[in-house]
Ligand binder design. Structure first.
Ligand code: C2G
Length: 128
């Protein structure tokens, strides 16, 4: 079984998230997702409209996602990779290079972001 691991906030799910999750899942046979906790989001200076439980329920309903676990810290990724025996760590290329330190533990892959869609844009359009 080839396990793919990725992380994110996944607030107000949109096609950019779905395409990332689908491409990641298609690289293997299992996709596990580290979902940023509400507390961790505050540390990322990102406030999510939907809380962790809500975002988790949405992610778990997606065919490409096999398991969702909480992301509480920046430092937990090596332990997560070991716990899930992850083969590939995948993120959108806005993170290019930021997680290369994980390459001793698994393959690190940055995928092109989907252009012209973001949760920030959606939130801004809601407040107009
Ligand atoms: N993404 C994408 N295309 C978009 C928007 C997002 O491919 N138009 C990807 C991002 O590159 C990321 C994933 O979707 O790989 C989740 O995006 P966010 O929810 O914004 O996650 P982020 O805040 O970047 O958190 O430890 C890593 C962090 O938790 C990542």
């Amino acid at each position: 079984m080839k396990t793919i691991i990725t992380y994110g906030t996944f607030d107000i799910l949109h096609v950019g998230h779905i395409k990332l999750l689908r491409r990641a899942r298609e690289m293997g046979s299992r996709l596990v997702v580290g979902l940023s906790s509400d507390e961790f989001n505050r540390g990322k200076h990102k406030s999510s409209l939907l809380n962790y439980e809500n975002r988790k329920a949405v992610l778990e309903s997606i065919r490409w996602v096999d398991e969702v676990f909480p992301e509480h810290t920046w430092e937990q990724k090596v332990d997560d990779i070991r716990r899930y025996s992850a083969d590939i760590f995948v993120m959108g290329h806005d993170w290019e290079g930021k997680f290369d330190f994980l390459s001793p533990y698994c393959e690190v892959c940055y995928l092109p972001r989907t252009p012209d869609v973001s949760t920030t844009q959606i939130k801004q359009s809601l407040t107009r």
